[in-house]
Design a protein around this ligand. Sequence first.
Ligand code: IDP
Ligand code: MG
Length: 140
Amino acid sequence: MTIERTLILVKPDGVRRALIGEIIRRIEAKGYQIVALKSMSADRDLLAQHYAEHQGKPFFEPLVEFMLSGPIVAIVAEGNRVIEGFRSIAGTTDPTVAAAGTIRGDLARDQGTTVTQNLVHGSDSPESATREISIFFPEL
Ligand code: IDP
Ligand code: MG
């Protein structure tokens, strides 16, 4: 058994498009448990920490601006291999080619923006999950 936790974010495009419920539905339908959830507005400091690995990349500043463009929903989900499992139901980064049946493949597309708007974030490793959960849910 590898019970893990992962950090999931519904990005501002997902909130604007009223897809919070649909995204949570898919997480729960897959069988993962929601253990923490909050609607919030990120600030620049929090996003710089969260996206530290992308600092210096051409899409970093647009990414931060996009993530500041409206409220987000932060979620901690739990289950065996949930880190890998949520990445699988989210689909690949580029929504144009993300597989049908995934959140990004079914619900997102290229909007012609500098930063890819792809509805959700999911931690990519146990180390990232621990780090990201402590940024968004220091109380956990
Ligand atoms: P991920 O969200 O699938 O893990 P990352 O490589 O961690 O993808 O990138 C973080 C976010 O930055 C992506 O979800 C997307 O919104 C944006 N992004 C990543 N790569 C690019 C790119 O090449 N062009 C524009 N935006 C990008
Ligand atoms: Mg990532």
